[in-house]
Design a protein around this ligand. Sequence first.
Ligand code: UT7
Length: 349
Amino acid sequence: MPRSKIAGIGYYVPDRVMTNADMMAYMDTSDEWIRERTGIEERRYADRTNETTTTMGVEAAKIAIERAGITAQDIDFIIFATLCPDYYFPGCGVLVQRAMKMREIGALDIRNQCSGFVYALSVADQFIKTGMYKNILVIGSEKHSFGLDFSTRGRNVSVIFGDGAGAVVLQPTEKEGQGILSTHLHSDGESAEILAMYNPGTHANYWVEKGVADFNNAPIGDMFMSHAMIDQAQNFPNMDGPAVFKKAVVKMPEVVMEALQANGLTPSDIDMLIPHQANLRIAQFVQQKLGLSDDQVHNNIQKYGNTTAASVPIALCEAWEAGKIREGDLVCLTVFGSGFTWGSALMRW
Ligand code: UT7
């Protein structure tokens, strides 16, 4: 059975830089708080009208496709991971198919938030291994800046997130030892509401049980999205940050170890670990727990904030472009996020 390899990789971040000082114009926060708690110095925001989650994904995809030495016409399947799609439906995958004038190929959207890229990569890997497709475009892209609470109420979330996109082309490889060795996916839905955007949605019963809403007496048109929901900021991401932090620092190293053990390897074999860029302190915990040196880990949250499904492909591409990843290197990706979901992917570059 052939393995799949990353044949081309690219990323795109918008030009507009938002510093921590810029965030202070909207909410009660400080450069010191953001740097100390998250490591973030600045993030990028997409152009309000001319850039979307899809258009940024397309920019990253163009680079990945060119580096793979193919054209958009050669792509057999699209997998698009995002939590902020251009539309509630349809997904961004079909918009990429249209924008890049691709053949009438399949397009799948993945809804696994910060874990989205590793989930998408794992799905693509299966299609390649079975021989079903030869060129799969995997994109992670987010335009968070359009859907954040910029009042002080939302500051624990809004200062963290940034916009951007990363993409890879996955192809089969027959080269001995090369390619994705294994992927490992997990979830625990017990804490689904700890990091979530509650509305619009169809979960009326959850709020009725909590006594927060009396949907039985609400006008039918108010159940999906109402003024009351907007007043309660339910249309913005909501997060119990410390609870997410505590789980992430356990699950990320655990799932890296799972990948290593599945392949008879140890942390010292890792040439480059790309952790999801949620918080520099989380990445440092993961590094410390695995006993990795600074040159075995690449972080870039300082410049881009948390770009959710885009964070891993952006950091992976940046590390590769900087010459930190070379052919034959053992590369590990690890993610954790809303759901909770988490995972890892281990590959020989
Ligand atoms: O990517 C997917 C998953 N997301 C994550 O992995 C995020 C994980 N969690 C975190 O990164 C951290 O929990 C945060 C960065 C979100 C928050 O840091 P923290 O050290 O856990 O702070 P906290 O939430 O416990 O809040 C401490 C204080 C609170 O004030 P009081 O109650 O102590 O007076 C917050 O209201 O900091 C306050 N605070 C802020 N202050 C200034 C929260 N956000 C801000 C802010 N600026 N932006």
